[in-house]
Write a protein that binds this ligand. Structure first.
Ligand code: KIV
Length: 296
């Protein structure tokens, strides 16, 4: 995206049909896995949408991959609204899911609806995602009563990092696996339109996927899910440090970006940038009037 407005309307760049919540729900069992990625601003929203994502999650992973924090816990609702607005400014064809940050859906039903309402009204999201299983049913009911579609998220829920004692795969022991099965069934019964399964053994994700009538979207949950999600910085190779084993990097944009920056710095320092062609010329009459000689 240039720093000047692109005159091409988004619709002529992408003539796909707008993806809706019912369309996502109906994709269960269609045989074509759903594609979701995250986006946090206009540039990543355009990449996700032009690349054909069905859903764009404005994830609270924002706190880590964009804002450089250790975890997602300090992400505020204001930050989420701000970044959701940037994503929806691009009018993506993908369904935009606004992630409810920590403590925005824990206190009361009223506060939960007001907070989700901000992601919809101010941010332009079409639905929200909340972390947690059966303990969230009251809040999910309140959101659905307010006509706000909800995506569930169970397994390794990053907002529970302190309770879990770290970012640990969930469901490896029988009681945990049974609890996750119960949570998924309860969420589907309550009316969520899809469930993210994060950091769950592939076999368990497969059983949950067979057991519920809404699509499961996996991240570190194997191939049996109805769809897959990856954080866009991870799949584009823009994150540094430890890369979890479930991430497939489809590009190495981080390395390319540093190479580009290095070349720019070199060109500026040697005077190779900008060239005459990359500069604006003063009209000759003006140059003459100014007593300046314009060379070709
Ligand atoms: O915040 C996020 O990016 C997420 C995905 C990892 C599912 O919740």
């Amino acid at each position: 995206m240039s720093t000047y407005p692109d005159p091409t309307p988004t619709s002529s760049r992408d003539d796909r049909k707008k993806v809706s919540v019912p369309a996502v729900k109906a994709a269960k069992g269609s045989g074509t896995p759903l594609v979701m990625t995250t986006a946090y601003d206009a540039a990543t929203a355009r990449i996700a949408d032009l690349g054909g994502a069905d859903m764009i999650l404005v994830g609270d992973s924002l706190g880590m991959v964009v804002l450089g924090r250790e975890d997602t816990l300090k992400v505020t609702l204001d930050e989420m609204v701000h970044h959701t607005k940037a994503v929806t400014s691009q009018n993506p064809k993908a369904l935009v899911v606004g992630d409810m940050p920590f403590l925005s859906y824990h206190v009361s039903r009223e506060e939960t609806v007001r907070n989700a309402g901000r992601l919809i009204q101010e941010g332009g999201a079409e639905c929200v995602k909340i972390e947690g299983g059966r303990k969230r049913l009251r809040m999910i009911g309140a959101l659905l009563d307010a006509e706000i579609p909800v995506m569930g998220h169970i397994g390794l829920t990053p907002q529970s990092v302190n309770a879990m004692g770290g970012f640990k795969v969930q469901g490896k022991v029988l009681e945990q696996a049974e609890a996750l099965l119960g949570d998924a069934a309860a969420l589907a019964e309550a009316g969520v339109f899809a469930i993210v399964l994060e950091g769950v053994p592939a076999e368990l994700a497969g059983i949950i996927t067979q057991d519920v009538d809404v699509p499961t979207i996996g991240i570190g949950a194997g191939a049996a899910c109805d769809g897959q999600v990856l954080v866009i910085h991870d799949l584009l190779g823009l994150t540094s440090g430890h890369v979890p084993k479930f991430v497939r990097q489809y590009a190495d944009l981080g390395t390319q970006a540093v190479q580009a920056m290095t070349a720019f710095a070199e060109d500026v320092r040697t005077g190779a940038f900008p060239s005459r062609e990359e500069s604006y010329a003063l009209p000759e009459d003006v140059a003459g009037a100014l007593g300046t000689l314009v060379s070709d």
